[in-house]
Unconditional design. Structure first.
Lengths: 364, 371
């Protein structure tokens, strides 16, 4: 893959072949045409291109966007930037179950609405959003619909045509491809401006010499995901259920956030009243388990999850919540060891927690 | 768990001192966890950051980068912990309230009492570390005879930080180590080079970490703007000790006892702030002699190296960080949380809100807050 995929010579053509192979495989994951796949650097760039590219393709003086309060910062902060540029944005609240109500999206529509952006699966809760319903609302209103599918692709079946979406973001490393590659599905015929400028790569949607190794890896990862999706999701879902049941049985005063909603198989988010999620993360890491709490700020310190706050959790409970993500390499033995470690860490931390006794009494 | 006893959490700021602490303990074979406290979000109050950025401020990304690099070189686990909420409640807000009440607070002492030797101790215990170690210059030892942890000034008199540590309770001291108390700063820098630490040549940090360039009045104004609060304090009068109006000022929080510059009044002899009166919004100015006080009371007294006193005790009392401790007799007050301090010689600028720390030679007897 030494050659430049845009070059005419033999080495360039070799690279081009790998690039296009990756594009076909990525398209098969999304059930779209390869010509509708734009390679770029990752989920964040895909979201930026979808949102900024749509808004900038419209010339109306008043423009309006609809998104939700539980989106990833790649979407939220892009919308906030557009607000500074004079675009109106409605942030639709999600319900306490971690799912957005399509009717709320419909009610937010305005004549000047140009785009709806909503995630397929939430990154912190795993909750799956009603994409088909929102898509039909968008279609009726003649509004483009972008879906951030970073947490869904490879974990649940994704068919962009039957979902009825116009733009769909995916990220390579969520599928076990390397970091630094992602893709945006752009439905054939969609008006989308480029947001970076240079050569005529990727059908003039995204300039820059193509990341051929990245695209090839994303394609391969997509093909593996397609092949294993059904069996792996069932296996990982059963590990997730085992983890939840084990923790709920062994640790008092905890519960699963967003439990009653349809969820991706790999994610669970559990609150442990009266303790600091940050301390739990460190304690578990020192025992060899990698879990997360909230979102990392630039220094690496933990800030309470904006998603958990948005679905109505108190600041205390948001801080007391942990996200567990399971993957293809995890086993039942590991899950059982994790349950033991969580129980031990929670007990140890609660012994020290001044707020826990109060919480425990209140919960009785 | 057995290794609870062996693990020590080191409070790592990214500076030379705390990096050496981590390196020393690691070299002694202890299990060490490095933790950096994220205390203040430096993106807040951007108007206070000069063009080109402020230097020497805590919690900056550069300091976290350095701490992480040191931990990685030592091969110890390292985490940044978010204590911003506690810091704002227990340090920043009281700091502002004190200024608005006409006192001159010491945020470092509040941070030690309520963050570093409180929440940080809890966090350390929570992650399995029974002890913490910090880069403070002070010495600690358990005195069998008295049954107490005793604190002494550091070997390096110029770096001694016991003035800021007077609030520490016995149960906090029992779980704390100050490995640098036995070293001078040049020795610590040598150790840093010995240990191969990448921060060996880093300059020392500033005093008040969250206030850039020492402009606390500017900080308070910016904080109120951020919170959308109209500050209570208005313009007020500058008066002399007889109550004669000499001029106007823009808020009592801009003044501290003993201050000479920035009064905006032309006078034949140098004028100093004698007192600030938040209720009347008056700033009282006078001559240098008017600043001398022979007595004061201290509240919320904490005794470290000796048990609470029952009768008068001779001591040297330090009334601000760079003050040379002055000989005095300390009398217990009727209220057991207070003491009455009578100096042998009157002291200049006894400032409400500052700490009064009592020494017997090197030994830190205890301390309280000047009223």
């Amino acid at each position: 893959m030494y050659g430049n995929a845009s070059s005419i010579h033999y080495y360039g053509q070799l690279a081009k072949q790998r690039l296009e192979m990756g594009r076909r495989e990525t398209a098969s994951l999304l059930h779209c045409d390869p010509r509708e796949v734009v390679f770029l650097s990752g989920g964040t760039e895909a979201d930026n291109l979808a949102i900024l590219g749509t808004v900038r393709s419209r010339t109306a003086s008043k423009k309006h966007l609809i998104t939700t309060t539980i989106e990833h910062p790649a979407v939220l902060n892009t919308c906030r930037e557009l607000e500074r540029e004079g675009v109106d944005v409605t942030y639709v609240q999600a319900g306490p179950n971690g799912v957005v109500y399509p009717a709320d999206i419909r009610n937010a529509l305005r004549p000047e609405t140009v785009l709806i952006s909503a995630m397929h699966a939430n990154n912190e809760l795993g909750t799956i959003q009603p994409i088909e319903e929102i898509a039909s609302i968008a279609r009726e209103a003649g509004v483009l619909f972008h879906v951030d599918g970073v947490q869904a692709a490879g974990k649940i079946p994704v068919d962009v045509r039957s979902l009825g979406v116009d733009l769909y973001s995916i990220s390579g490393h969520k599928l076990h491809a390397p970091k630094g590659i992602g893709a945006l599905y752009v439905k054939n015929g969609t008006r989308l401006n480029a947001i970076q400028f240079g050569g005529r790569h990727e059908r003039e949607r995204r300039p820059g010499t193509e990341n051929v190794p990245g695209a090839a890896a994303l394609g391969r990862a997509a093909a593996v995901a397609v092949e294993n999706l059904e069996a792996e999701s069932a296996r990982i879902a059963s590990l997730r259920d085992r983890l939840e049941q084990g923790i709920l049985a062994r640790v008092p005063d905890c519960g699963v956030n967003g439990r009653r909603s349809p969820r991706t198989p790999n994610t669970t988010n559990i609150f442990f009243d009266g303790l600091e999620g940050e301390a739990m993360v460190i304690s578990l890491d020192l025992k060899g388990f990698a879990v997360s709490s909230g979102s990392a700020c630039s220094s690496g310190a933990v800030e309470p999850s904006h998603v958990l706050l948005a679905i109505g959790l108190s600041r205390e409970r948001a801080r007391a919540s942990l996200r567990f993500s399971l993957g293809h390499s995890n086993t039942e033995e590991q899950v059982d060891a994790l349950i033991g470690a969580v129980a031990e860490s929670a007990a140890q931390l609660r012994k020290l927690s001044p707020t826990y006794t109060a919480v425990a009494v209140a919960n009785e | 768990m057995n290794n609870e006893l062996e693990t020590t959490a080191v409070a790592m700021s990214g500076g030379v001192d705390s990096s050496v602490v981590a390196g020393l303990l690691h070299r002694r074979g202890l299990r060490v966890v490095g933790l950096t406290m994220q205390l203040w979000n430096q993106r807040r109050l951007p108007e206070l950051t000069p063009e080109g950025g402020a230097t020497g401020r805590c919690c900056s990304l550069d300091d976290v980068y350095d701490a992480r690099y040191v931990a990685q070189q030592l091969g110890i686990p390292y985490y940044v912990v978010n204590f911003e909420d506690r810091f704002e409640e227990q340090v920043v807000k009281p700091f502002i309230d004190e200024y608005l009440a006409g006192r001159t607070p010491i945020p470092c002492t509040l941070c030690n009492n309520f963050v570093k030797f409180d929440q940080f101790l809890d966090m350390a215990a929570g992650v399995g570390a029974a002890h913490i170690a910090t880069g403070h210059y002070a010495r600690l030892a358990y005195d069998e005879a008295g049954g107490r942890y005793q604190m002494r000034r550091s070997v390096d008199a110029g770096k001694d930080q016991t003035y800021f540590l007077f609030g520490l309770k016995q149960e906090q001291l029992a779980r704390t180590q100050f490995p640098l108390g036995e070293f001078t700063k040049p020795q610590v820098r040598d150790l840093a080079r010995d240990l191969g630490l990448p921060v060996a040549g880093k300059p020392d940090s500033q005093e008040i970490c969250f206030v850039p360039n020492g402009d606390y009045a500017g900080f308070i104004d910016a904080y109120f703007r951020e919170q959308g609060i109209a500050p209570d304090q208005k313009r007020g009068e500058v008066v002399d000790t007889q109550g004669r109006v000499l001029g106007e000022h823009a808020g009592v929080h801009r003044f501290t006892v003993g201050q000479r510059r920035g009064l905006g009044i032309a006078a034949r002899e140098p004028l100093y702030v004698i007192a600030t009166e938040p209720l009347s919004q008056r700033v009282v100015v006078g001559r240098n002699e008017d600043l001398l006080r022979a007595r004061m009371t201290a509240k919320d007294v904490n005794w470290i190296s000796i048990p609470p006193i029952a009768g008068p005790v001779r001591a040297h009392v330090r009334i601000r960080n760079k003050h040379i401790p002055a000989a005095a007799t300390i009398y217990p007050a009727a209220d057991s949380t207070r003491v009455d301090v009578r100096f042998d010689e009157p002291q200049r600028a006894v400032t409400p809100g500052q700490g009064a720390v009592f020494y017997d030679g090197d030994l830190v007897l205890g301390g309280g807050w000047i009223e």
